[in-house]
Design a binder for this molecule. Structure first.
Ligand SMILES: *[C@@H]1O[C@H](CO)[C@@H](O)[C@H](O)[C@H]1NC(C)=O
Length: 317
């Protein structure tokens, strides 16, 4: 009798243990698959909603960090700073008789940049707002980005830090590869997230993607299409920015109240006014440009360049 009870109990325990073991194996297997999926998602961008949110978050974090730099590093450009491309601003402009003139320097070999173009439909109103707010404070000590040339820098086939010389034939092959990429891109609907003044005096428009292609995807496609491009690129893969203007000197103080403020406080005030005026502005991007810049920063400084323009080939769903 007692032996029968023990035997039953033993059988029961073996069954439970077997069921638990099977559950554990299945769980462990699923867990491993989930791990593998999540790590492949983070290294290989896709167009899924999950990575779109991750890219937007990466941009937000980046913009918040950039916005803090003016306070952390101060207005370095007042002491002759460097641009994001490590060129000193004093090398870029001369102030002759109160007129700002860019100092163009030949790029040898020419820089080959791939940029997204912002149409004048959107850039002209931005440019006007920027001029209205900033001109009274800087008079001639400011350089405005040409509104026909508003652009989002994506990917360089060659830049001045890591030059990749190319023959004419190789350049034509790059142009062809970039055109193919443009055909696979869908229009990007974007919104001006915030305006930032960098310690080097560059007024940046930082954008978020509402829908359509993401910069992370576009840069990945360009990287695949341009295998000889420099490994080290100039910008964060998620960043979507246009430069609006470059400040070249301290602000004029126009009122009693401003006379009591530091230059830095006035910069913050002006950036706040710009944000109130144009942040939230929506735009659509649908052109990819392959630009040979024969002068350094030709796109920014109206230098010599050759532009090939490609419309995105994917139409909206
Ligand atoms: C702006 O760019 C356009 C197109 O390249 C050019 O025609 C125009 O002269 C430029 N404006 C200035 C002020 O340089």
């Amino acid at each position: 009798m007692a032996r029968g009870i023990i035997k039953n109990w033993w059988n029961h325990s073996v069954k439970i243990a077997a069921i638990w073991s099977i559950c554990a194996v299945i769980f462990f297997g699923l867990f491993q698959m989930a791990l593998r999926n999540s790590s492949s998602n983070s290294s290989r961008p896709t167009d899924s909603t999950g990575s779109a949110i991750a890219n937007a978050e990466q941009r937000s974090i980046l913009y918040t960090k950039l916005a803090k730099e003016l306070d952390e590093k101060g207005a370095v450009f007042l002491k002759q700073g460097q641009t994001s491309q490590s060129l000193s601003l004093s090398d870029l402009f001369t102030l002759k008789d109160g007129t700002v003139t860019p100092v163009l320097k030949a790029a040898d070999p020419p820089v080959r940049a791939n940029v997204l173009h912002l149409s004048t439909e959107f850039s002209v109103p931005i440019s006007e707002a920027v001029k209205n707010i900033l001109l009274p404070y800087f008079k001639k000590a400011i350089w405005f980005q040409n509104s026909s040339m508003y652009h989002f820098s994506m990917f360089h086939a060659s830049h001045h830090i890591a030059p990749v010389p190319a023959t004419e034939t190789e350049i034509e092959a790059e142009v062809h590869a970039v055109e193919s990429v443009s055909k696979s891109i869908c229009p990007m609907h974007i919104v001006l997230d915030r305006i930032i003044l960098t310690p080097t005096g560059v007024l940046l428009g930082c954008w978020q993607v509402v829908s359509g292609a993401d910069p992370v995807t576009i840069r990945a496609k360009l990287k695949d299409a341009l295998p000889h491009a420099p490994q080290k690129q100039l910008y964060n893969e998620a960043m979507l920015h246009t430069s609006f203007a470059r400040l070249l000197g301290p602000p004029k103080k126009l009122s009693e109240e401003e006379n009591k403020m530091s230059d830095l406080q006035i910069f913050h005030d002006l950036v706040k006014r710009l944000n109130n005026k144009i942040a939230g502005l929506k735009a659509t991007v649908s052109e990819l440009w392959y630009v040979e810049e024969y002068d350094l920063l030709a796109l920014a400084l109206n230098g010599k360049m050759k532009i090939r323009k490609f419309n995105f080939g994917c139409s909206e769903a």
